[in-house]
Design a protein around this ligand. Structure first.
Ligand code: CP
Ligand code: NVA
Length: 328
């Protein structure tokens, strides 16, 4: 596996290099860039297959005797419970630790924590502030490591979002996802996955909250035919949308900035007026939790074109497909 070291001082390009190296050894999902396009298709196909079986009442014990450890520095409903339910339904089991209980706050070295936890576990899900912590943990881990969200990335969410869109549309290729909001973790992972799958994306954010230019360059380097546009005008952005997607204005860890961000992002609220500027039939998605009345209004999130709860349920089906792909 070749790493382009000429790009080593660009953090995103460096991450791609590390991810490619990781892809060549043990399978991890620290970032979508760990995965090949074929890997993404395989995970999605396995998730669809397991969901179809689940609807028929099947609970195949594909992970009997397997153990999943989840270590989270931030709160979670969907990620934590969907992985827990996925393991239980597949015949496995697991445990949950706060970052502090696991020793991520300095009780012992990260390398030692990773070596010990991965000695007990078949896979580890980590939710952290720092993406680097997840990368460092995976480099010392003896079992696959899954990113359950960092400040930079949310790969399980983006995989789930595509799973959901495939259920609605069949083929996602050529469709345009318009992300209106903060260009951070969720938008980053969406930008990666749409580029892998031949979709287009518009990111509509206030100035200084767009996608990171270095990430965009890294995506363009890896997927030269990708189509990602950045705009600041929400009306222009949604005019070409097949799906409008938003996320909270203040992410976990940014609570003290919530008032300032509310003022900056208010023109980017996804409400019925903005959705009326989108083509008819345009879908609405949100990774949740939603701050109703902030980034989205009730009439949109509870409206007929919203697929947010299908999306939320699909976190479990994606977790199953991913775990079976990693461990099965
Ligand atoms: N979407 C998502 O990751 O939700 P949680 O923060 O509840 O896990
Ligand atoms: N951007 C949000 C996503 C929550 C799932 C956050 O990081 O809090």
């Amino acid at each position: 596996m070749v790493i382009d070291w000429t790009l080593a001082f660009d953090p995103w390009a460096f991450l791609i290099g590390i991810c490619r190296l990781a892809r060549s050894t043990m399978k991890h999902l620290t970032s979508l860039l760990n995965l090949s396009v074929d890997d993404v298709h395989a995970i999605l196909a396995k998730s669809h297959e397991l969901k179809a079986g689940w609807k028929r009442g099947e609970r195949p014990a594909l992970l009997q005797g397997r153990y999943l450890t989840q270590v989270f520095e931030k709160p979670s409903l969907r990620t934590r419970v969907s992985f827990d339910a996925a393991m239980a339904q597949l015949g496995g089991t697991g445990n949950f630790l706060s970052g502090q209980d696991a020793g991520l706050s300095g009780r012992e070295s990260l390398a030692d924590v990773a070596r010990v936890i991965s000695g007990y576990s078949d896979a580890v899900v980590l939710r952290t502030f720092s993406q680097k912590l997840i990368e460092d943990f995976s480099s010392h881990s003896r079992c696959p490591v899954i990113n359950g969200l960092s400040d930079d990335d949310h790969p399980c969410q983006a995989l789930t979002d595509i799973l959901t869109l495939q259920e609605v549309w069949g083929d996602v290729q050529g469709k345009r996802l318009v992300f209106v909001g903060d260009g951070n973790n969720v938008a980053n992972s969406l930008a990666m996955i749409v580029s892998m799958l031949g979709m287009s994306m518009t990111v509509c954010a206030p100035r200084d909250f767009e996608l990171d230019e270095a990430l965009l360059q890294a995506i363009r380097l890896t997927f030269p035919n990708c189509d990602i546009t950045q705009l600041t005008d929400p009306v222009a952005a949604v005019s070409t949308a097949d799906v409008v997607y938003t996320d909270v204005w203040a992410s976990m860890g940014q609570e003290s900035e919530a008032d300032r961000r509310s003022r900056i992002f208010f023109p980017y609220q996804v409400n019925a007026r903005l959705m009326s500027k989108a083509p008819s039939g345009c879908l609405f998605m949100h990774d949740l939790p939603a701050r109703r009345g902030k980034e989205v209004t009730d009439d949109v999130i509870d409206g007929p074109n919203s697929i947010v709860f299908q999306q939320a349920e699909n976190r479990m089906h994606l977790a199953k497909g991913l775990l079976v792909w990693l461990l099965g």
